[in-house]
Ligand binder design. Structure first.
Ligand code: DX5
Ligand code: ZN
Length: 222
């Protein structure tokens, strides 16, 4: 994985125009996206349904060299990770909130040779993921309640958690990157980076921006 200061920008395809998915994926890469963020939602863990492994497979066929950052907002990721691995995910992030074998699922993801992330919702404590921080490559701190794009960045509930996670990483010499997701634009990216995040997911802030390349540049340089 890259160093903690290297900013990684991951536009979320949830905000893309799926009627021209190939153009949108290629446009994001041409506009400087480092990763593509794929928001998988099952209608149980979150109150929305988005897409499944076949969508990820299709994106992988369109942009085979792109890093696909698959964010599983689903109740039972343990049942589906092999399908998302086979579909071409480069990273798979699972949530700590649902009830399944988390440690076992993280190790299954890593055994397949891709990276693994663990995600916390705004109301979930860093303490609840502490046992997994020794193993994961990414800690995803949700800066909105998951389920939809275009929501307001939740600064008070989440920035102290970014700071706490960074302190845990430094005190224990751990190697996970801190990713933020939800309401990210140049202003909120700057705030998030100041607390310790270096991987920025942005849906509305990139795919809905008048100029995607300048939006990505502004988030990168914020
Ligand atoms: C929300 C998703 C986010 C969302 C980001 O459940 O995990 O990735 O798509 O969208 P914006 O950047 O518009 O908040
Ligand atoms: Zn996401």
């Amino acid at each position: 994985m890259l160093n903690f200061n290297q900013r990684i920008i991951a536009p979320s395809l949830l905000a893309a125009d799926w009627s021209k998915l190939a153009d949108e994926c290629e446009h994001a890469i041409d506009s400087g996206a480092d990763w593509l963020h794929l928001d998988v939602m099952d209608g149980h863990f979150v109150n929305n349904i988005s897409f499944g492994p076949n969508f990820v497979k299709h994106v992988h066929q369109i942009v085979p060299n792109a890093f696909l950052d698959t964010h599983l907002m689903i109740e039972r990721p343990d049942k589906y990770i092999h399908q998302f691995i086979k579909s071409g995910s480069s990273n798979i992030t699972i949530h700590v909130e649902p009830d399944y074998e988390i440690e076992e699922t993280i190790s299954e993801i890593k055994k397949s040779g891709i990276t693994a992330g663990i995600a916390v919702n705004p109301e979930t404590s860093i303490e609840s993921v502490r046992p997994y921080l020794d193993y994961v490559d990414i800690l995803l701190i949700m800066t909105v309640t998951p389920g939809f794009g275009g929501q307001k960045f939740m600064i008070d509930e989440t920035m102290p958690k970014v700071k706490e996670a960074k302190e845990i990483r430094e005190q224990n010499n751990l190697s996970f990157h801190i990713q933020v997701d939800g309401g990210i634009c140049s202003r909120t990216a700057k705030i998030s980076a100041s607390y310790g995040a270096n991987i920025m997911v942005a849906g509305t802030g990139t795919f809905r921006a008048p100029n995607m390349k300048s939006a990505i540049d502004e988030i990168r340089n914020a």
